[in-house]
Ligand binder design. Sequence first.
Ligand code: NIG
Ligand code: FE
Length: 372
Amino acid sequence: MITLLFNPAQIITVNTKGKNFKRGSELSDLDVLRDHSILVEDGIIKKLIKNKLLKDTKFDTRIDLTNKVVLPGLVECHTHLVFAGTRSDEFSMRLAGKSYEEIAKSGGGINSTVKAVRECSFEDLLKLAMPRVQKFIDQGVTTLEIKSGYGLSFYDEIKILQVIKELNAIFAIDIKATFLGAHTFPPEYKNDKNQYIKILTKEIMPYIAEKKLATACDAFCEKTAFSPAQVEEIFIAAKENNLTIKLHTDQFNSIGGIDSALKFDAKSVDHLEVINEGNIEKVAESNSTAVLLPGVSFSLQYNYAPARELINKNAIVALATDYNPGSSHINNISLIWGLAALKMGMSIEEIISAYTINSAKALNISEKSWKH
Ligand code: NIG
Ligand code: FE
């Protein structure tokens, strides 16, 4: 089947000059092609043809894209979209002046979603997740990352990862699972943290590796969650189980997560709302992608990550929604782009690079793309 995508106003490509990511000023460097059409054969782009040379071109169907823009597929590289329940009560508490961290310390936050997920069956979790995935597809997403992290027990973490596997089977896009068992400590292990880390590293991770239920391992390095030393224990097991590494870090406190992540060659360091000067330099010099999440800063009304400093210092910067029920109930990519432009000072070109090639780099898939 040959399809002609006829006469778009612009065809935008993230020309990487042979590299599979963009750092610093390279993020601004896009190619914009006009007066061309695109020939697609069995779902694969075969040729870009000058419109004035089209007359000998054979095709089965033609889609008129006059006045439209063709962009690369968007890569949404950081979501927690398999969840149950809402945290609307916490939203009201925050409006009344309580902070996200105070709510987490008093047993709410991530652990209130854990309670709802544990009470939810595989089937019901799947039903809740399906329209959320569709919403991303409707916005042009062709690869979507989803983290576990609201189960925090063998049974419930595996249940979430199996939901993600099923979503990948149902939808035509690529869906990548990340294991986030180290999201926070569940209430039953609050006083025996070592035991919980043992369950993560000795029981859950080997099972995930054997069943191929995730490709990456993430953790939350924060005063209310895991210390750098605990994160490193998790990362040692992740490496043993062939999972690539990512880290939520420097979201509220800078407690050493960046050093731990870089030591373990993390594919991405995510959040960075409170990253300090020294760590900006370290991230900028590394091969790790800085995944910035302006929806969190908007929702929790605090610092935006220093996108400009990171880009000016030559970092590989990506953007994502962080869609989750607590800190960023935002699955609207246009809003994320708007915040990145208006609140973080990123240009439209930088935002497009950050949401395509660099978010693919954060998922370690920038060499490959579509499943076919
Ligand atoms: O990326 N920082 C930790 N995890 C999520 C929030 C999860 C939640 O509040 O449920 C985040 O912001
Ligand atoms: Fe997150």
